[in-house]
Design a protein around this ligand. Structure first.
Ligand code: FE
Length: 524
């Protein structure tokens, strides 16, 4: 079966690397200290209109008292909060005090197995049949319904104090979740839900994998109260990290993978290392109607539908929308699942041996069931982001982390802007010593938010705003918060805020126009 990967190597001459591996590796060090300070080492100027808080999540601990974890996805969640007001910025970071973090830090050793291969010391005998999940709260962070929630897809959120980042405990969302129940780390804010008279709502999902898997869809109102919840069975094992929404549908890519639990049960591998990619099988696209009330007498309209496309692996979607009987979805696809090798050191990743993520557009015809795909961007990319007013609506721009070089697989060192209308690209690169994170788009106008939530109305142009990204500077072994003008990525950053320390490579974050800052003790 044809796979997504297009870039066959045309030459055996090795390209000049835009990065140096030793420098890249230094971004994977634990940040054990917790800081709280006003950022005073700034190049350029923080825009005075930039008001609110950028929250970021990611693995902050890559070892437990010197015992290395096996994969960064197993690292304890650490939240960074950067609060902007009147041209000033305040930094704070704190670990989520999960049960596992507290227990391991006080024991001074690894006590839990990780999903991605971290094992307790003592070999397989010490690990066999220990099936406890350590909820590490390390994937995303969301402010919704007056709560700041650290998300990890296999269990419920942890609630934090948005001003101090103090951990308040597990949060079952007013009884919506059972203790330990999954809640994905990729929520969408629908800025104008057509089931709620145009009010914003939060849409998220959970996966219960098995021989047949269950996808549950949740929608919450701005106060955090459950509006709708419905579950759908899909055939086969499902490993689904992200999804996308349109006004009427939720769209999931069920990657062609299978799961053999035996090495996990017998203590030899993490559960995530027991997933194998099946290149001969298609990717199934699951389209679930968001409506719970039938518009018509036809109950079938509320059922999940499954479409097929080429084999490939998708972690992240940029956005989706409806257009003339089609659902259109833009996604970062890999030719195969980047395998988590047992006992391989992630710091020794051979980038050249792996398929790059590339941005594809899929058009799903709901009548004919045909799925068409088109490559939008062949440059290695990840962490796509669109203007929040465009969630579920047709977008013109996509912002992503990208490799510096136009071809091949490499660490993310650049931010790329894709103009779908004109095909134009803009690129800002931090190479050779800089490594970027997910770029978060913040609209320039404060009226792009209503009551602290994104408005569906576009105020100004779709690229009229800033991109906020954390950049690890391997030359200084510290991190910067870089503010880019999203209209002109090819220009110098608007501001570069030098932190006093590094932040390990992170995962996802979000911006809220609420300004959260408590009394600073300035211990930085
Ligand atoms: Fe993700």
């Amino acid at each position: 079966m044809q796979s997504f990967q297009l870039n066959e190597r045309a030459s055996t001459v090795p390209p000049v690397l835009s990065y140096d591996r030793k420098g890249w590796q230094t971004g994977y060090r634990s940040l054990k200290e917790e800081f709280d300070y006003w950022i005073d080492d700034i190049e350029g100027e923080i825009p005075p209109e930039l008001h609110g808080t950028l929250f970021r999540n990611g693995p902050g601990m890559l070892d437990v008292h010197g015992q290395q974890i096996q994969h960064p996805f197993d690292g304890d969640g650490m939240i960074c909060a950067i609060a902007f007001d009147h041209g000033r910025a305040h930094f704070r970071n704190r670990f989520v005090r999960t049960e596992g973090y507290v227990a391991e830090q006080s024991a001074g050793r690894i006590l839990y197995r990780g999903v991605f291969g971290t094992q307790k010391p003592g070999g397989w005998l010490a690990n066999a049949f220990d099936l406890r999940l350590k909820n590490i709260a390390n994937t995303n962070i969301l402010y919704w319904g007056g709560k700041l929630l650290a998300l990890w897809e296999a269990a419920e959120p942890h609630r934090l104090d948005p001003a101090t980042l103090e951990t308040l405990g597990l949060d079952q969302l007013e009884g919506v979740l059972q203790p330990g129940e999954a809640f994905a780390a990729h929520p969408w804010i629908d800025p104008a839900c057509n089931q709620d008279d145009g009010a914003p709502c939060l849409v998220n999902f959970s996966i219960k994998p098995g021989l047949s898997s269950t996808i549950t869809l949740f929608e919450f109102n701005p106060e955090g109260k459950l509006l709708r919840k419905h579950a759908h069975a899909v055939p086969g094992f499902a490993f689904i990290h992200d999804f996308a929404i349109t006004p009427n549908y939720a769209i999931f890519f069920q990657n062609p993978v299978s799961f053999n639990p035996l090495p996990f049960l017998f203590g030899k591998r993490g559960a995530g290392e027991c997933i194998t990619f099946n290149p001969e099988k298609p990717t199934q696209i699951v389209v679930i109607p968001r409506h719970t009330e039938p518009h018509t007498a036809k109950r079938d309209k509320l059922k999940a539908r499954i479409f097929e496309t080429h084999a490939g692996f998708v972690f992240h979607h940029a956005n989706a929308f409806e257009q003339e009987g089609e659902v259109v979805i833009d996604s970062v696809c890999y030719g195969s699942l980047p395998a988590v090798e047992a006992e391989a050191d992630f710091r020794e990743t051979d980038f050249d041996a792996l398929a790059p993520g590339q941005l594809w557009r899929f058009r799903i015809n709901l009548q004919t069931q045909a799925v068409q795909q088109e490559l939008l961007e062949s440059r290695c990319c990840e962490f796509p982001y669109v203007h929040p007013a465009k969630a579920g609506r047709s977008h013109r721009y996509i912002f992503m982390g990208a490799a510096h070089a136009p071809e091949g697989n490499a660490p993310l060192q650049a931010i790329v802007k894709i103009d779908i209308e004109t095909g134009e690209r803009q690129l800002w690169s931090a190479a050779p010593q800089g490594y970027v994170s997910e770029p978060i788009f913040v609209p320039r106008s404060s009226s792009a938010f209503k009551n602290g939530l994104p408005s569906a109305e576009l105020v100004g142009a779709e690229d009229d705003g800033w991109l906020l990204t954390l950049v690890y500077d391997a030359a200084q072994e510290r991190s910067d918060i870089v503010i880019l003008d999203a209209r002109a990525l090819d220009q110098e950053p608007v501001a570069r805020l030098h932190l006093k320390h590094h932040v390990p490579y992170g995962l996802h974050g979000s911006f809220t126009p609420h300004y959260f800052e408590s009394e600073s003790t300035d211990n930085g």
